[in-house]
Write a protein that binds this ligand. Sequence first.
Ligand code: C2O
Length: 351
Amino acid sequence: RTSLGPNVTKCQASFSDADAPVNCCAGVPSFTEEELLATAVDFKFPEFNSSNIRVRRPVHTIKDQDYIARYRRATEYLKNLPLNHPHNFARQANMHCMYCTGAYDQVNYDMVLKIHRTRLFFPWHRAYLYFHERILAKVMGEEDDNFAVPYWNWDVPEGMYMPEMFMEGSLYHFNREETHFPPLVTQNDFYRTDNNLTSEERVEANLALMYVQMVSGARSTELFMGCPVKPGPAGWCMGLGTLEMYPHNSIHSWTGKLANPEREDMGAFYSAARDPLFYSHHANIDRLWDVWRDLYDYKLEWDDPDWFESFFYFYDENMQLVRVKVSDMLDRTKLGYRYVESPTPWLNHRP
Ligand code: C2O
């Protein structure tokens, strides 16, 4: 039997959520089956110890100007690489586009692969962020080898703003909604609440929403993680988990520019990762996966080979093409990074 994964021998034209043609394939090489076999290696867990583990911190607590300057310089550097360089910033964004819009078919099936709105959502983004972080660290040089991306802590009141760090230099992005710039409080349920809440009411609404998405609405694996997609037409499904819907999707839309047809860039899958803030947003999503596991004392969501063997391809920091399986991404403690713990004020905000 075949596992669920992309047929990377052909990157094809694909479409946005609003059915506009998008082209994510620019700069992407195409492989024959043989070339792919000869090129790609299987993922290996990194070696690390307590002194060089990467520590992801809440972005609003970071005052270290040196860290901010280095992060900006490294991002600038990636933006200036040629588009056919696997580390080029736009090309990394296009990789998100490819896996979101169906630029790849599934291996052995005449149907597209999409990683949103299913249980591939958490592991795919974990891997994507993992490699982005390692590429940034590599660019910064040896003394910064333990560089870690910050997380946008929009689930605590102090973090419910577009982060200052991303409002300048190469971390700034022009295609954002300016009326949502700080000090406006994030609207974590962008599609539901009315717009006339005061800041205090907005904070309360955000906390109550978190309670529903993480606790009362997320009591089963499928509710939280999304539907259990499997290979081929028989395994197709679409059903997104609570956190992916809100605040994940809504923070995307809230950040993107309202005047653009699909609230680009953050508001549309094909363009979202062009905004550097994407990575910080997803660091928080990644962190909350572990928080949810702890709340329910889950170790593993499914004991299912179809899930474990699902796979993707990424370029690592040495430009090596790596084949990553979902099973590689299920234990964060093996991946060489950790999160500075955040308070969970939403736990006592049952609506
Ligand atoms: Cu792949 Cu936040 O979307």
